[in-house]
Design a protein around this ligand. Structure first.
Ligand code: PMP
Length: 412
């Protein structure tokens, strides 16, 4: 019963603010009623390496962690974290603008400036907060944000928080973006927001053309490189680097929760006034800073990623092999060719997707089950993300698992 009819009927749920979730609860109950395991409640009982964990008592290959460069078990990174824990304690118990800036936060920001060769870097407690903070602070009432319709939730939430006019355009559509930009009223502030790699399908944005058009139309540009940092571009700076337009970006947003292998977020910029953000950006000011062990692991990892070209080359090989193998097995994929370390396998519907997800888990493989509204066009996806630490043999093993599970569930 929906909330309105419940009120009319004077039902027991009257005034229950949870009634808005009834459709979601019914959808979830529907999946579980069919007997499949809850895909959103998996527990990693033990983590053995960046690519292996024990799940349900079974040795499982991890193919859905965004741990692209496998830094989570790097011995230097672990050692840096242990040292900081011993020397600086478990947490800062304060905001960056009060007692929460330690030497380690500065070193982490220095590592980012060097990694991107940019003048300013600001570390946030998560990537979500980096988008929320930067977007809501630079674009406010009366400003216009032109953004890809498939933008990450943290981008949309940043737009909503800042109260700028958010104008979405069709995913990766250069002409649609230009049309929206040209319609912005004369004199209004303009921010174009793009992502390097889109996390659902693993496709790359045509940043070269889009950033050029944004600049020609007087807009500032923010690019979220969450899924490309460390991997794409000669120095791992992301799609902006690969497209040769990094100097035209006003803000690059990234996260430590993927290639860097820990938690945290950041923004780098060459804008001469960027430092004012430290005083006016609420999701930076009004929250505690990252623990010393986290910034120490992040700084060490970022510095190692500067020299990660061998790992990057191996990760590309893994992506290409998985993409080609899944395609030849007859699976429908999110992109025609491998564009990133994310390979999305399109499922016929949520029920079949959940069945396939469970069949893979029973084979000893973990992938992400992604479903609407997080996915574009109401798709259900089995999202695979590769790691530079996956061996060639592991990728072949994964393909065998997909073949057996795909045949058992009737998907191929
Ligand atoms: N941007 C994008 C494109 C993301 O995919 C994510 C996380 N999945 C974030 C930002 C947020 O990053 P974090 O996990 O550090 O909050």
């Amino acid at each position: 019963m929906n909330a309105q009819s419940d009120i009319e009927a004077g039902g027991a749920n009257q005034g229950d603010l949870f009634s808005k979730f009834d459709d979601f609860i019914a959808m979830r109950d529907g999946i579980l009623a069919s007997g499949v395991e809850d895909p959103f409640n998996l527990v990693m009982e033990k983590v053995l390496s960046p690519t292996r964990a024990i799940c349900n008592g079974r040795d499982t290959i991890l193919l859905g962690t965004y741990n692209y460069m496998g830094m989570t078990f790097d011995p230097d990174v672990i050692e840096a974290g242990k040292e900081a824990l011993t020397e600086f304690g478990t947490g800062t118990t304060g905001s960056r603008v009060l007692n929460g800036t330690y030497q380690g936060h500065k070193e982490c920001e220095d590592a980012l400036k060097e990694f991107y060769d940019m003048d300013h870097a600001m570390v946030f407690s998560t990537g979500y907060q980096a988008n929320l903070g930067i977007i809501s602070t630079i674009a406010g009432k009366g400003d216009y944000i032109i953004l890809d319709i498939d933008s990450h939730a943290s981008i949309w939430d940043g737009c909503a928080m800042g109260k700028a006019e958010a104008v979405p355009f069709k995913h990766n559509d250069i002409e649609a973006m230009e049309k929206r930009l040209k319609r912005v009223p004369e004199g209004a502030g303009k921010l174009v927001i793009l992502e390097g790699v889109y996390s659902m399908l693993g496709d790359v944005a045509p940043l070269k053309e889009m950033v050029r058009i944004a600049k020609e139309n007087g807009a500032m540009v923010l690019v979220d490189e969450a899924h490309s940092m460390g991997f794409i571009g000669e120095n791992g700076r992301g799609v902006c680097e690969a497209a040769g337009i990094i100097d035209d970006c006003d803000f690059i947003i990234g996260t430590f929760s993927k290639s860097v292998g820990t938690v945290g977020g950041f923004c780098v910029s060459n804008h001469p006034k960027f430092d004012v953000m430290r005083y006016v950006c609420r999701p930076y000011v009004f929250t505690a800073s990252l623990p010393p062990s986290v910034v120490a692991t992040a700084a060490t990892s970022i510095r190692k990623l500067m020299h990660g070209s061998n790992k990057r080359a191996h990760l590309w090989e893994n992506s290409k092999n998985l993409h080609a193998g899944l395609k030849s097995l007859g699976f429908q994929l999110g992109t025609d060719t491998p564009e990133s370390a994310i390979i999305a396998v399109i499922m016929p519907d949520l029920q079949k997707g959940a069945m396939m997800w469970e069949a893979l888990l029973k084979e000893g493989l973990y992938v992400n089950l992604a479903r609407p509204p997080a996915t574009p066009a109401n798709m259900t996806l089995l999202r695979c993300s590769l790691c530079a630490e996956h061996t060639e043999e592991e990728v072949q093993t994964v393909l065998g698992m997909f073949e057996r599970a795909g045949k058992a569930t009737g998907i191929i």
